[in-house]
Every structure is written in C-alpha cells, then in structure tokens.
Write a protein that binds this ligand. Structure first.
Ligand code: ADP
Ligand code: MG
Length: 699
C-alpha cells in the first residue's frame, strides 16, 4: 500500500498536473512521489538568524537583516539602468541594487516600513551592498524563519514557476498526505543497531528542518541508506564472483619467467614490486578468477610487473594480453616489451584500431590458433572478433582511462575467464577506490625505484616565457629533451588546435633548425605519423616535442627532463601530475614548469600550489577530490557509477567504512539474502534490477 504511494506518478500530486509533471520528468528525472521526496535540498539558508549591518563581512553567505528602506531611485540609462535603494538598521547603512524587473520591484517596495532583506553582502567601493535582495514585510505572514531549503533548479523549471519555495511546498503537501509514514527499506535490526530515524521523520527533517541538528540527523539517515545500498551491491558482487567464477590455477613458474628474471631483467625489482608480484602469484593459484587492481604512482614501475605476470601465464601454456588507452602507449609497450624479451622466442603482436585489414585478419587467425603468445593493443583487442585460443591473463593499463563496462567484456568469451589485472597510476583516495574498485582486490606499489632525483616544479607567468626559453636551450645543449604541452579541451577544440599550431610555429622560430629539432604530436594526426614522431623523440633525434595531452599517460622517454605546460591553470590536478610524470624517469635532474596567465582563479592557484608542494600522487588525488568532487575526478567515463544524491565521499568516509563493514558481514552470513530479516534488502535489489538492469556485469 505504502509502496504504491511512493510509486504514484508525479503528475497526480496536487499542484503538479501533466504540464509541470513533464517538466519534473525531463529536467530532474522525477517520475514519482518517491523521486520527489528523494530530491534533497542541496543547501539551506539559515533564516533563523538576523545580522546587523555593522557585522557584515565579505565572506558571509546569504544573510538577513532587519531594518527599513529609506529611499529608492533609478540610476543610469539603457542597459546600464538599475534600481538603487538605501537600507538602514540601528547599526548602519548599505546600498541595495537591482538590475532586472526594476519596474515591478519598485512597486513592491514601501519606504520606511520595517522589513527583512535577504541576500549576499558584497564589498564595493569600501562599503557594502547587496544585489537583488529579497524583501519581505511583516504583516502578510510571508516572512520565512527557520532553515529554508534550496533545491537544484533549471531555467526551464523556473520558467514554469517551479522555484525552491514552490518545490518545498509540494514536498510538504506530499509528506503531509502520507501522514509522515513512509515504507522502510532497511531491515529492522539495522535501523535499531544504528539508531536511525524512520524515513518519514527523516524526510521531514531534511525538507523542513527547524535547526541545523535536524538537517544533520535527517541527512544521516539517507546518507546511511545510500552508502549501505552502494556497499551491499559491491559486497554482493565480490562475493558472487568469488563463489561462482572459477579461474585457471597457475601453479608453474617455468622457462619464460625464470629465464627473463635471471638474465633479461635490466634492474633489480624494488621491494614493492616483489611484494605485489607475490600477491598476484598467490591470487592466480587459488582456482578462482583474479580480479585485482595494481595501484602505483607514475613511474613506480608497473609495466615490468605486468610483463612478469604475462610470462607466468605463458609458463602455464596460456596466452596473455595487455590493453592500453592510447595508440602511442600501445606502441611503446610493444616496442619495450619486444626489446626486453628479445631472445626468449616470444611471439608478440600489436593490435590497434589502425592495424591494416589484411594484417589484422592474419593476426586474428594466429591468435585463435594459439600462434601468438602476447597481444599488446588498444581497446581494439576487446572487439567481438578478437578471439584467443587460450587466454590466461588480461591486463589493462591506465584503467582510469577506460569505462567500467569495458572490464566486463573481457571474460564473456570463454567458459573459464582469464585473470584480470587492472593497473592505474592515478592514485585515488581510499574512499573512491573502495567504491569504484570495491569489488577488486588491491595491490599497491608504494615505492619508486631508487636513484631517482625529485622533480623540481615551478610556476611562471607566461610573461616570463623568454627566460624559460634560455633555460630550455641550456638543457637541450646538455643533451636533454623537452616536452612542451598545450591544453586541449574538447569544447574549445578548434581554438586549442590553433593555439598549438601558433605555439609550434613560434617555438620553431625561437629554436631554429638545425641546432634544434622540434616535433609536434596531437590526437588528430594519422597513426603512422604519430608513431614516426614518437619514435624520433624516443631515439633523441627530436629535442623538443610540442604536444597536446596525447602524451599524458604512460609515455616513457628517460632522457626527457623538462615538462613545460602552457595554460597550466586549465588542467586538473591529476592531469598535471600525470604530465609531470613523463619526466624524472631517469638519472638526470628533471623540471616541471607550469606556465599560466597572470589572472589566476582561487582554485587554479590552489592546484598549482599543490603541484609545487608535493610530488606524492596520493596527496594530489586527495586534494583533487576536495577541489573538484568525484564525478570530475574520474572523468565522465566512470561517474555513472557514483550517482550519489546525498553522500559525499570526502566528508562521509566514516559512514562509508561503517556501512561497508556491515554489508561485508551481512553477505558472509546471508550471501543470497534469503533470511527473513533481510527480506527488504532482497526486494530493494530486485526492484533496482528491474529498473536499471543487472549490476553483475559492471566491473
Ligand atoms: P609506470 O608505473 O608509470 O607505468 P613504468 O613501468 O613506465 O612506470 O616505469 C618507469 C621507468 O622506471 C621505466 O623506465 C622502467 O624501466 C623503470 N623501472 C621500473 N622498475 C624499475 C626498478 N626496479 N629499478 C629501476 N628502474 C625501474
Ligand atoms: Mg605505465
């Protein structure tokens, strides 16, 4: 019965109807009463407090003042026309300004009558003003007090007269008609164990709070619910996999691994590399499919670990594959792995979207016949027509660059799926890792190979470019190489390419041939051309590589010591960190030079400061999460998984951990949710499956 209430179509709510109902659906994805209740305010305005003019400061959010408007008049002409008023309370005076609806506002204002104004104070010419304040008079009972909810709105909602106040009113009507009795979705025992408010009560606290305490208690209830269900899915998925999906037992370490380890390895492995290798070996011998994340900061040496894992697969008579997110990186892996394993008799193939048709046909044939041992490529290797005879392990490099769905494709083709190792250099905060990679086991390389010298990072305004050029000439004179990166951001692509081209031509004049050899690389170039330029840079025949972010991940040229980033204020932190990771890979002192325009926003400044302050990827990732939020941090590919409505992975870390412990325990005790006490959970999951499809394949 109650459930029916929550599932009632939104247009049936008094005050909504078909027209507004449609707007709710298209603009906010609100289809039912339940959806509306779950449209939480994104902030609250404290209308329980009054401030005085003398106490105002610039950092204040919206505040309300009590006093009188002593006069108003129009100023300026045409587009500069505005309405200016003088507001006074017992402690001082401020100016009120309106740019829009001047005529209408003028009519609603009564001079010298006690009123409340509400807005954000701003400092202008050393005195305070308030732009577009709300003005309310006492007698008509419209004065709001308490905590006023503010909802997400769109222009279209506003044009249908759906603003925060009217949405609030609709929700209150709805709650009232439910009698504040909403069906629970968590089991009784969980509710009482964690002392959660009932849903009805909590909705009231969230949508019509009387105090900050109400807000935090109400929010806690829904955050708990949201994180609990997120974790239930992850715990369930992991346990299901461990239960159902069997895997190859790699019990042998034989010719390939041993020969390579003893006579081809160009350096000693770091202890961290040895440790993760041990973990991976153990995991590949359990009889269950391995699903493991290998985390390690830029330059920590993940490639060699990947190669050793592939050799174990070969020793157990199975093939191996590694997938990289870019052509350039796939080529680089192909070259370096071919080089490293020279003499071992391995049959290695490269497969990308640009592999010629005839060549590809031959390759696919050899692959299915088992005549190829290792395939290295881009996402072309998970296309449906690519079939291995006997795949033992698939490795995904720079996993954060792929969509989550792509991981699933890897094991659909065989009854016993290959082991899966995903690698990422973007160290992500623990909470985020727990959610995105929560169903994976994790190994960490927490050490950088010895002998590296810390990269020096500096920020320079672009007006100082010429001093920079002198420095670059010195470095090149000493035999080193330089990356020179221009931003490339999709929306303004044309403009960015223009910047890159202009920049390249200017640099060519500044660094003339034959003293200096410059090369350029960007995503729109033909694959062959990219390959040629990259190869020339690797060999050292190009001194300076002018580029977009196509070189952002994975590229490894140890003689390159300078990374110059133009317009660095336009990049995200993890991206800057990745770019910086292209240098400092060899024996020479390396530099990262962040150029920016003189005008720098507060957040951009913080990002650059963070880059100068630390080279630790984890610190950087944490800061990035704080500055940008999880959706952006991951790029759009993965944000779909994290449609968190009310929780915040930074602020709610404790709750995330607490609920994960609970769901892990619960799944151990009742893996299929068959117990009566978990009946509600089963129902909830079944409903989600109906609505959104099975989650099982996602990771
Ligand atoms: P990433 O983890 O960023 O993928 P790479 O695998 O590209 O790092 O390794 C970075 C560089 O460090 C490469 O030149 C690689 O040969 C080198 N390297 C890896 N492991 C070691 C080690 N144990 N000792 C010295 N150099 C190493
Ligand atoms: Mg790498």
């Amino acid at each position: 019965m109650q459930n029916q209430f929550e599932n009632t179509p939104i247009e049936y709510l008094k005050g909504v109807g078909p027209l507004k109902g449609e707007v709710f659906k298209t603009e906010l994805g609100i289809f039912t009463f339940g959806d509306l209740l779950n449209h939480y305010p994104f902030r609250y305005i404290d209308r329980s407090k009054f401030y005085s003019v003398k106490d105002l400061n610039e950092d204040m959010p919206f505040v309300q003042l009590k006093g009188k408007i002593s006069e108003i008049h129009e100023v300026g002409e045409g587009r500069g026309k505005r309405l200016s008023g003088t507001f006074t309370d017992d402690t001082g005076t401020i100016e009120l300004v309106w740019f829009k609806h001047i005529k209408w506002i003028k009519e609603t204002i009564t001079i010298n009558k006690l009123c409340i104004i509400f807005g954000k104070p701003a400092l202008f010419n050393r005195s305070f003003n308030m732009v577009h304040p709300e003005v309310e008079y006492f007698e008509n009972n419209t004065v709001s007090i308490g905590m006023q909810p503010v909802y997400n709105l769109t222009e279209k909602l506003k044009s249908h007269r759906l603003d925060s106040k009217s949405i609030s009113k609709l929700i209150l009507t709805l709650l009232h008609s439910s009698g504040y009795c909403i069906e629970e979705i968590l089991p009784e025992y969980i509710q009482s164990k964690f002392q959660l408010k009932s849903r009805g009560e909590a909705y009231k606290m969230v949508h019509a709070p009387k105090s900050n305490l109400d807000i935090s208690e109400g929010q806690h209830r829904f955050k708990f619910e949201e994180l609990f269900f997120l974790n239930l899915k992850i715990s369930g998925l992991k346990s299901k996999r461990k239960r159902d999906v069997s895997g190859f037992v790699f019990h042998k370490i034989d010719y390939f691994f041993n020969t390579f380890y003893n006579s081809h390895l160009p350096f000693n492995l770091t202890n961290a590399q040895k440790k993760v290798l041990k973990e991976i070996r153990a995991d590949m011998a359990t009889g269950k499919q391995m699903n493991r994340l290998l985390q390690g900061d830029v330059g920590s040496g993940k490639t060699i670990v990947a190669l050793l894992c592939m050799l174990i697969s070969l020793d157990n008579n199975k093939q191996a594959a590694i997938m990289a997110p870019t052509e350039i990186l796939a080529h680089q892996h192909f070259d370096s792995i071919s080089q490293l394993t020279l003499g071992l008799g391995l049959r290695i193939a490269l497969l990308t979207g640009n592999t010629k048709k005839s060549q590809k046909a031959k390759l696919l044939n050899e692959l299915i016949e088992g005549e190829i041992d290792i395939v290295i490529g881009t996402h072309a290797i998970i296309e449906p027509d690519v079939i291995f005879k006997d795949p033992g392990i698939v490795i995904i490099d720079e996993q954060h660059r792929f969509g989550v769905a792509q991981r699933a494709k890897l094991w659909n083709k065989h009854s016993t799926p290959p082991h899966v190792l995903v690698m990422t250099a973007t160290p992500i905060p623990r909470t985020l890792a727990m959610t995105i990679y929560g169903d994976l086991d994790v190994s960490k390389i927490d050490q950088i190979p010895e002998g590296r010298i810390e990269i020096k990072t500096v920020h320079r305004f672009e007006t100082k470019r010429h001093e920079l050029f002198n420095f670059l000439k010195l470095e090149i004179g000493n035999g080193r190489q330089v990356y020179y990166v221009y931003p490339l951001i999709a929306e303004s692509e044309k403009l960015d390419y223009q910047n890159l081209m202009d920049g390249y031509h200017k640099l060519k004049i500044e660094f003339p041939e034959p003293t200096y050899m410059l090369g350029m690389i960007h995503g729109k170039m033909k694959a062959k051309e990219k390959e040629r330029v990259m190869a020339a840079f690797s060999k050292g025949t190009i001194n300076m590589l002018v580029s977009t972010t196509v070189i952002e991940v994975g590229v490894n040229v140890t003689n390159a010591t300078v990374m110059v980033i133009e317009n660095s204020e336009r990049f995200g932190l993890t991206q800057l960190h990745q770019l910086r990771g292209r240098v400092g890979r060899g024996q020479h002192q390396s530099y990262c030079i962040l150029l920016s325009s003189i005008k720098l926003g507060a957040i951009a400044r913080k990002r650059l400061e963070a880059m100068i302050g630390t080279t630790d990827g984890f610190e950087i990732a944490n800061l990035d999460l704080k500055l940008r939020g999880p959706g952006d941090l991951l790029g759009t590919q993965q944000s779909g998984l994290l449609e968190l409505k009310i929780s915040d992975l930074v602020k709610d870390e404790d709750l995330l951990l607490k609920t994960r412990r609970e769901t892990d325990d619960l799944i151990v005790k009742d893996p299929l949710l068959n117990l009566t006490e978990n009946r509600r959970l089963r129902q909830w999951l079944d409903k989600q499956k109906r609505l959104k499809g099975d989650w099982g394949g996602i990771s």
